[in-house]
Design a protein around this ligand. Sequence first.
Ligand SMILES: [Fe+2]
Length: 307
Amino acid sequence: MHKDLSQIEGFEISFHEKSKRIINIKIEDQIIERLIFPFKKFDINALEYKPFTRFTIAKSLNDIASGKLNIFFNSILRNRNIGCFIIGPKNVSSKIDKTFLVKLSTSITYLIGNPNHDSMAGKFYARFYVKHEDDSDSYLRKAYTNMDLHTDGTYVKEKTDWLLMSKLEEKNVEGGETALLHLDDWEHLNDLFNDEVGRQNFIWGSPKSKNVDYKVEHPVFSEDKDGNPQISYIDQFPEPKNMEQGLFLQRLSDSLEESKNKIIIPLPVGNAIIANNYFWLHGRKPFKENKNLSRELLRIRGSFFNN
Ligand SMILES: [Fe+2]
């Protein structure tokens, strides 16, 4: 795999310093330069209103990357031992503004699969701020609370094979690092995966701000076609039916949070994390208190083109 990595001209590709399970991709200036023109062809409104334009800019990105980026991204995300990459410009410049980053994230995802409609934002992506003050109804925007390890899409009907989290802006931020855990690195996997309760159907709801007016039912653990464990879990949204389910979720939550194998990453502005949503869990450490703290994020979740 590593040999393949270094062969895309204009991209610096390596294993992440914190984990061999994460590929780090730095986009060199020459590629950024060549993206400016095709990205200018459509404004954000066009991307939102005309889905086919997203394929057009994704094709531009792929063409500029020797036509190899789509295969490369997919091979990373489908590789059980890896399943995650971080991508961003090698050098920060004034050309890389938020609009550019929205287009870059859009292009990346359209080489992987179709994004789900994000009900919170009413679009194929969601942009949101984390600030000092918050009156929302979930941990997403609560700066000073740990956001526990979880997967996305637990309470929606759509398949959520992968997710992208991109950092658009950050001011006065200390802490708030991304926490990641690969299921196979989790010390308690066998214990919990083999517990019969984890295979029972749980009910999953969501608070008002998510704009999802139904509930779904599914187990916490399942298996992929090769028998590998998969998880679909978030602490806030399952509605345990009985004591047995309640205590199982408590044990699951505790043993995820106490894992020593979490990877803590300070994601630089302009970078995006893309991860397989079946065997990577993600979360966020609390921020250090600061009245002027501000972080803007973009997220896109979706399914693979070829399942
Ligand atoms: Fe999430």
